[in-house]
Design a protein around this ligand. Structure first.
Ligand SMILES: *[C@@H]1O[C@H](CO)[C@@H](O)[C@H](O)[C@H]1NC(C)=O
Ligand SMILES: *[C@@H]1O[C@H](CO)[C@@H](O)[C@H](O)[C@H]1NC(C)=O
Length: 352
């Protein structure tokens, strides 16, 4: 059988005109951003207690934003900020936002470390029963960062945490940046193994680099339609390329362009550096390895956005949110503002 196949493929190649042996791949779509808008939160919702502010609120730290359409308006959530575990902003058009006084996750869960309670990078999905499921990353008491899940029938919360974390991996350095995706058939969760938290050659933590870059793979795992039950096992879909990206890739978010074409958005470099950016890569399967990397947005694009990153795309693919600083060289302590934008594919906006 084997020799028959060899003969067959040899004769097929022989039939092709010289130079045509490699089938040219269809060109990738061209991705772009339109209507990039800095979210200047207004004060309508009375969320900014204790601050005498007139007009737009210009100083809202809203790192690692995520957005979803739910209960009649857009909702955006961020990493712990402004005295809340999970702040929420609302919008009718995904461009003009109001900060609310709501903490969507007033109780992060009994498994979370009692004092180190910064909750990072939430992601909210709606499951088939209409239940909102929030993934987030928090330090486990006695361990590294894990992914937690919390549920609410209302998009504003309060989200109620599950008794145990959804997923942990101490050996990998912890797991952060969870993101859910429904490809229409299966639900998935992605995250980043937080390898650079173990040190190694990256300088994101400001320490002395030593040895090799630790792997920071982005992984994906299939979930049941409840968006709460893990199925199968995790697969690596991307990793950093060493010094090229300071040994870090993180902040994944996937979008299905066609049934046979998926794009993975992610950030590379240290979040505290102006090199932090929004990149993308392609795969013909949602859980395949993503390649042909490109850059969607970075500081040197001269849009006045420094270290843009941690992009999330709405499930319909039209709007995105990400964070960025408004001045150079501010480091990890600089305010990370939320920006929104519209994704374009081959120059066209996405419509439904
Ligand atoms: C997203 O798409 C779904 C159906 O594909 C639709 O029901 C929903 O209204 C859309 N949401 C927004 C915000 O466009
Ligand atoms: C940019 O915003 C304008 C005004 O809302 C809208 O008409 C236009 O379609 C948007 N562009 C894209 C590419 O979505």
């Amino acid at each position: 059988m084997k020799s028959f196949l060899v003969v067959l493929s040899a004769s097929l190649v022989a039939c092709l005109p010289a130079g045509d042996a490699v089938v040219p791949r269809e060109p990738r779509p061209v991705l772009g951003l339109a209507n990039i808008t800095l979210a200047e939160f207004d004060d309508d919702a009375g969320g900014l207690q204790g601050r005498a502010l007139q007009g737009p609120h210009m100083n809202a730290n809203f790192p690692d934003p995520t957005l979803i359409w739910g209960d009649g308006s857009w909702k955006a959530y961020s990493t712990s900020s402004d005295g809340k575990y999970i702040p929420v902003a609302v919008s009718d058009d995904a461009q003009t936002w109001s900060m609310t006084n709501v903490d969507a996750l007033p109780d992060p869960g009994s498994w979370v470390h009692p004092t180190d309670r910064g909750i990072w990078a939430p992601d909210v999905n709606k499951n088939d029963n209409g239940l909102y499921v929030m993934y987030y990353s928090a330090r486990r008491d006695g361990g590294s960062r894990c992914i937690g899940a919390a549920t609410s029938w209302a998009a504003m919360g309060p989200f109620v945490p599950q008794a145990q974390p959804l997923y942990c991996d101490d050996a990998a350095g912890g797991v952060i940046d969870p993101a859910g995706y429904d490809d229409g058939v299966n639900r998935w969760i992605m995250w980043k193994d937080d390898g650079n938290s173990l040190g190694g050659a990256t300088t994101c933590q400001g320490g002395q680099p030593s040895g090799d870059y630790k792997p920071t793979p982005i992984k994906i795992q299939r979930m049941a339609r409840d968006a709460l039950t893990l199925l199968d096992s995790p697969k690596v879909i991307m990793d950093h390329e060493g010094r090229n990206n300071n040994g870090v890739v993180e902040g994944p978010s996937i979008y299905k362009v066609r049934d046979d074409l998926f794009v993975l958005f992610y950030s590379a470099h240290c979040y505290s550096s102006d090199d932090y950016d929004i990149e993308y890569a392609w795969s013909d399967r949602i859980d395949g390895y993503y390649g042909d990397r490109g850059i969607l947005l970075r500081t040197v694009d001269n849009r006045g956005i420094y270290g843009p990153g941690h992009m999330d795309i709405d499930p319909n693919g039209s709007f995105i949110v990400f964070h960025g600083r408004t001045g150079p060289n501010q480091g990890g302590g600089g305010t990370r503002y939320m920006y929104s934008a519209q994704l374009t594919i081959d120059g066209k906006r996405i419509t439904f």
